[in-house]
Every structure is written in structure tokens, then in C-alpha cells.
Design a protein around this ligand. Structure first.
Ligand SMILES: [Zn+2]
Length: 172
């Protein structure tokens, strides 16, 4: 990472977080109004990955998972090669969007639930976004520590769960 980028990352991340926070909160309200509560099995998995209030979570299948501020994310993608602009899932704290073909993908659901627990640990939407954007700008999307945690914890949780919850579906 160049010096300019290193100096600019915190400011960029914080500005992006502030802009995206309102959007994320709107998505959360929308998903929590229309989405499904977690099943008994999903509640167990949510607790396994550390979600404090799993009963607040809602899941909503959609044709296309929305992405925050298309212009901003495309610009971030240009700045940092592997920042995604489309996804199979998106977590707006307690509101989780899932691409409809992946609506029952347990591994994806647990991955997104780890992000819910990260929002809780960061004390809310703004705290999470600041941390997450810094992480992605510094390490790239796939190298981001918070993404690695989501991948590792979801795999561990599924391994610890009863065998009948597996087979593993395609990864996100
Ligand atoms: Zn993720």
C-alpha cells in the first residue's frame, strides 16, 4: 500500500461509513419488516457464532442483493482491486439479505450471522462500518480480518452442529 493510501484509508473509511450507515439502517428496517425469523436450528447456529440477540435477526431472499451507494462501492473497487460490488448475501446488522437461490445455503447464513455478531461487538452500525471499511481498504476484501473471521467461525459452527445440518452448500 502506498503512503498516500495508508494516510488516506482511515479518513476514507470513516467518510464511507458515515455515508453508508444511513443506507444500512434503512435496509435493516426493511428486512426486519419483511423477512423471516430464524428457525430453531438457525438460532442455535447464531448463538454458536456469538450473536447476542439472535431473536432479532430476519432473513430475506431477494433476486438481487442490494449494495450500498453503488457509486461509492465502485469507486472503492477501483481504489482497491478486490472490493466486491455484488454479493450473495449482505448483512445490515439484524437484517440479512440473501440472494434467492442461496436463501437456504446454511453456510452463507452462518457467515452473515457472524457479521451480525461483529455489528453487536462494534456497538452498532457506524462502529461496524468504520472497522469493516478500514479492514477492507487495508487488507482487501478476501484478506480482511473480519471476513476471515466470518469464514472460519461459520465453518467451525457447522462442524460443531449435528451432522444432519451438513452437507456444506456452495460457499459465498
Ligand atoms: Zn462476509
Amino acid at each position: 500500500m502506498t503512503l498516500i493510501k495508508r494516510l488516506a484509508v482511515p479518513a476514507l473509511a470513516d467518510t464511507g461509513a458515515l455515508l453508508a450507515a444511513f443506507w444500512v439502517r434503512r435496509q435493516e428496517v426493511h428486512v426486519c419488516k419483511l423477512g423471516d425469523a430464524l428457525s430453531a436450528e438457525e438460532l442455535k447456529l447464531a448463538r454458536l457464532v456469538g450473536v447476542q440477540f439472535p431473536e432479532r435477526v430476519r432473513l430475506l431472499g431477494v433476486e438481487e442483493v442490494p449494495f450500498p451507494l453503488d457509486g461509492l462501492t465502485k469507486w472503492l473497487a477501483r481504489l482497491h482491486g478486490n472490493f466486491p460490488t455484488r454479493a450473495l448475501g449482505l448483512t445490515a446488522r439484524y437484517g440479512i439479505y440473501l440472494q434467492s437461490q442461496s436463501r437456504w445455503n446454511v453456510e452463507l447464513i452462518v457467515h452473515e450471522l457472524v457479521h451480525t455478531s461483529q455489528y453487536e461487538k462494534a456497538n452498532g452500525i457506524l462502529g461496524f462500518l468504520r472497522q469493516y471499511l478500514r479492514d477492507c481498504l487495508k487488507n482487501g476484501y478476501s484478506g480482511a480480518e473480519m471476513e476471515q473471521e466470518a469464514r472460519n467461525l461459520s465453518i467451525c459452527a457447522l462442524r460443531r452442529k449435528d451432522q444432519h445440518m451438513i452437507p456444506f452448500p456452495e460457499t459465498a
